[in-house]
Design a protein around this ligand. Sequence first.
Ligand SMILES: Cc1cc2nc3c(=O)[nH]c(=O)nc-3n(C[C@H](O)[C@H](O)[C@H](O)COP(=O)(O)O)c2cc1C
Length: 189
Amino acid sequence: MTRPPNLVLETVLTRRSAPRLTEPAPNRADLERLVQAAATAPDHGRLRPWRLVAVSGDERARLGDTLGEAADSPEQARRAAAKPLRAPLLLSIVHRPVPGHPKVPEWEQLAATTAMVTTLSLLLHSHGFASIWRTGAAVQAPQVRKYLGVDDGEQLLGWLYVGTRCASDTADRRPFDTPTRITWHHTCR
Ligand SMILES: Cc1cc2nc3c(=O)[nH]c(=O)nc-3n(C[C@H](O)[C@H](O)[C@H](O)COP(=O)(O)O)c2cc1C
């Protein structure tokens, strides 16, 4: 396929998760703008079944303390406490499905939430930022849910760690020749 360079294709092909992130992260106004744009991701029924809880500054240490409280051993607690400090901004991804929706089953609502997160990570990348979605057992810990204000009926899907990729880290370009997963059933009339 020989085509002129395409910005969207370039963005998709060059986005890579960033395990190590540093300042700057987007400011509040920029983040609002990017989240509004990400909210245009496909979403059956336009339910927007998600919300984000941003944690930055010294609150990251408080979140770390809470993650430590939820850990199983002192060693795990020590490591858990340091986790939120790996990026200047953490977006806690809260999935809030509408239960029993007459047209949109919950799996579709989860698909809409993940589509938004994926779109947001691409938008961040296209604006010079980087991110990584991280999960773990802590998403179910009552202390963590309480600290973030996650209600019954809401599901914490982890955190999008956001910032700027550390200069020493390279983001390998994704190969574009992986086999596709398309099986064709096609006839011509
Ligand atoms: C739902 C979800 C959960 C993830 N959880 C973690 C995680 O807990 N720890 C981690 O290092 N990466 C996590 N990742 C990031 C993946 O490891 C990463 O996307 C994958 O290695 C591919 O790398 P790439 O994003 O650079 O293409 C998660 C990604 C998704 C979509």
